[in-house]
Design a protein around this ligand. Structure first.
Ligand code: COA
Length: 327
C-alpha cells in the first residue's frame, strides 16, 4: 500500500506587507532585509482570521483537487505552533467541523517549522498500515500574532499562511511518500522559543504580557543549525534510498531564509536551481511553508506523476527532518 498525495491546496491572507512598509514603523530597510534573508514581502492575516480559518480554506482546496469528499477523510493532522486556542481544543477539531469531515479523527501536531514533514510521515504510517484511507495533512500558521513587532531581528522573518495535502492509500505505482527522516535536538530548545505563557512560566491573571511571551530567537545559532541539518537530511535521504542528486527533480526546503538555502546548496555541492523557493513573497510561514510551496509548484506544472521531491524542514525544537516523495 502506498501513501500518495492526491490533492494539494494553499491559502495566504490578502494583506501583503512589503519590507518598505515595515520600515515605516521599524528601524530596518528593504535593503537590509533583502540582503540578509531574500524576503521582499509577507502576507498578514486579517484581525478576524485565526489559524483554522487559513487552514480550512487551504484544506477545502486540497480536498477539491483530490476529489476526496469531506466524509471520506479518516484523520486530520494539523501542524501549527499558532493554534486558535492555547492547547485546547485542537485547531484540527475546528477545521474538522468547518469542513464537515464527520468521520475524521482530528489532532494537532507541534513540531514548529518541521510540522508538515512530521505530518506527512504520520499520514504515511497510517495509510501504509491500513489504518486510514485518506488523511488530511495541514500546516496553518499566524506567526504575526506571536512575534514581537518591536524586535527587528525576528519580526521581519515571518508571515502567515496555510497549505494542505490529502494523502490517500493507493496500490502499487511506486508513487507517494517513499521515506522520511524525523529528528530532534531538544538540547537547543531555548534557541527558538516563547519563554513565557506556558506551564513552565505561566502568565498570572492580571499580569500584562511582556516581550517574553513572544517568539525569541538566537538567530546565529539557529542559522548554523539550519544549514548543517539541511545538508545532513538531504544526504541521509539520498544515501538511504540509493539516489544521486541528479535523480531528484526538486528540493523543497522550509522557507526560512535564502542565505540558509544558499549556504546549504554550496556546502552540499548542489545547484541552487534544484531548491524551490518562494520565501521572497511569503517569508517564513513555519509549518505552512512546504505545503504552500508544493501547491505553487503543482499549479505551475513543475510537478508531474513520478517527479522526485525532497522536502526538508527545520526549526524550533530544534526539530528537523525530511520526506522523499515520488509525486
Ligand atoms: N534591519 C536592520 N538591521 C538589523 C535587522 C533588521 N531587520 N535585524 C538585525 N539587524 C542588525 C543587528 O542589530 C546587528 O546590528 P549591530 O551589528 O549594530 O549590533 C546587525 O544587523 C547584524 O545582526 P546579526 O544578528 O548578526 O545579523 P545576521 O547576519 O546574523 O542575520 C538573521 C540575522 C536573523 C537574518 C540570521 O541570523 C538568520 O537568518 N538566522 C536564522 C533565522 C531563522 O531562519 N529562523 C527560523 C528558522 S525556522
Amino acid at each position: 500500500m502506498e501513501a500518495r498525495i492526491t490533492g494539494v491546496g494553499s491559502y495566504t491572507p490578502e494583506r501583503r506587507v512589503t519590507n518598505d512598509e515595515l520600515a515605516q514603523t521599524l528601524d530596518t530597510s528593504d535593503e537590509w532585509i533583502r540582503s540578509h534573508t531574500g524576503i521582499r514581502a509577507r502576507h498578514i492575516a486579517a484581525p478576524n482570521e485565526a489559524a483554522s480559518d487559513l487552514g480550512a480554506i487551504a484544506s477545502a482546496r486540497a480536498l477539491e483537487a483530490s476529489g476526496v469528499g469531506p466524509g471520506e477523510i479518516d484523520l486530520i493532522l494539523l501542524a501549527t505552533s499558532t493554534p486558535d486556542y492555547q492547547g485546547l481544543p485542537s485547531t484540527a477539531s475546528v477545521v474538522q467541523d468547518r469542513l464537515g469531515c464527520e468521520n475524521a479523527g482530528a489532532m494537532d501536531l507541534v513540531a514548529a517549522c518541521t510540522g508538515f514533514v512530521y505530518g506527512l510521515e504520520t499520514a504515511h504510517a497510517y495509510t501504509r498500515a491500513g489504518l486510514a484511507r485518506h488523511v488530511l495533512v495541514v500546516g496553518a500558521e499566524v506567526y504575526s500574532r506571536i512575534v514581537d513587532w518591536s524586535d527587528r531581528s525576528t519580526c521581519i522573518l515571518f508571515g502567515d499562511g496555510a497549505g494542505a495535502c490529502v494523502v490517500s492509500a493507493a496500490e502499487g505505482e511506486g508513487r507517494g511518500i517513499v521515506d522520511s527522516v524525523l529528528k530532534s535536538r531538544g538540547s537547543d530548545a531555548e534557541s527558538l522559543y516563547r519563554p513565557r505563557g506556558g506551564t513552565r512560566s505561566p502568565l498570572p491573571a492580571g499580569e500584562r504580557a511582556d516581550r517574553d511571551t513572544y517568539l525569541k530567537m538566537d538567530g546565529r545559532r539557529v542559522y548554523v543549525f539550519a544549514v548543517s541539518v539541511l545538508v545532513d537530511i538531504i544526504r541521509r535521504l539520498l544515501e538511504r534510498n540509493n539516489l544521486s542528486i541528479d535523480e531528484v527533480d526538486y528540493i523543497v526546503p522550509h522557507q526560512a531564509n535564502m542565505r540558509i538555502i544558499e549556504a546549504a546548496a554550496k556546502r552540499a555541492d548542489i545547484p541552487l536551481e534544484k531548491f524551490y523557493t518562494n520565501l521572497q513573497e511569503y517569508a517564513n510561514t513555519s509549518a505552512a511553508s512546504i505545503p504552500i510551496a508544493l501547491d505553487e509548484m503543482n499549479r505551475a506544472e513543475l510537478l508531474h506523476p513520478g517527479s522526485t521531491v525532497l522536502t526538508i524542514g527545520f526549526g524550533a525544537g530544534l526539530a528537523y527532518g525530511g520526506n522523499l516523495i515520488r509525486w
